[in-house]
Design a protein. Structure first.
Length: 218
């Protein structure tokens, strides 16, 4: 599903964010990327989402070599990848429904299907009653659930989540992780970046640990 072979990512000033990363995440797996802030977790997720390209090495997503894909091919590949960003990236002037519907609209789905699927996924995350609310009027946990609904509405093959429980209390964190577990149970490959030790210790999942941009443990 996701394969990296000797991947490096270097930014301006010769700043090495990732160094010689070789790893594989299989279809249907639920994997944690662990490590302190600055270890390279977010950069690695951005490579998987094709928001960045490797400086060196090969990255294959669904068997496609990302480095060889053009803009249109990457846009098509992203339709099968849901992303939950650390800062949610909700559009404050659009309603909850509109924020989630955007992910379906870019695929060209019929309007009737978009409304039905948007309502269905918001009901699943417990926010159907907030359809017409604006994001600033929601709690942090509710905004996080909207972000997850947007990531899941296209029924992606891969779901990437960057610190999905950051700044949430224990109860809300459990709710968020439950939603990701449900997606995984339906067959979605889930990759979660976190530095939450409690979360990692309570989860019976494979953990890939990064230190200074390198794989320290897998």
């Amino acid at each position: 599903m996701i394969q990296l072979f000797h991947v490096y990512k270097t930014f301006s000033g010769d700043q090495q964010a990732l160094v010689d990363i070789t790893m594989e995440i299989e279809k249907g797996e639920f994997v944690y990327l662990a490590g302190a802030s600055g270890a390279g977790k977010s950069t690695l997720l951005k490579l998987m989402f094709c928001a960045l390209r490797p400086t060196r090495g090969q990255l294959l997503v669904n068997g496609r070599n990302v480095a060889r894909l053009g803009t249109k091919a990457i846009a098509y590949l992203r339709r099968n990848i849901g992303v939950v960003f650390q800062d949610f990236k909700l559009l404050p002037r659009l309603t909850v429904e509109e924020n989630v519907a955007i992910a379906r609209e870019i695929t060209g789905a019929p309007r009737r299907d978009i409304r039905r699927q948007t309502y269905s996924i918001l009901k699943e995350v417990g926010l159907a009653h907030k359809l017409h609310q604006l994001p600033p009027r929601l709690s942090g946990g509710e905004q996080q659930r909207v972000a997850i609904a947007r990531a899941l509405v296209n029924e992606p093959q891969i779901l990437l989540a960057d610190e999905p429980t950051g700044n949430l209390d224990e109860e809300r964190s459990a709710e968020i992780m439950g939603l990701l577990e449900q997606a995984n149970n339906r067959g979605t490959t889930v990759v979660v970046a976190t530095h939450d030790r409690n979360l990692l210790e309570s989860a019976n999942r494979r953990v890939i640990t990064l230190e200074d941009g390198r794989v320290a443990e897998r």
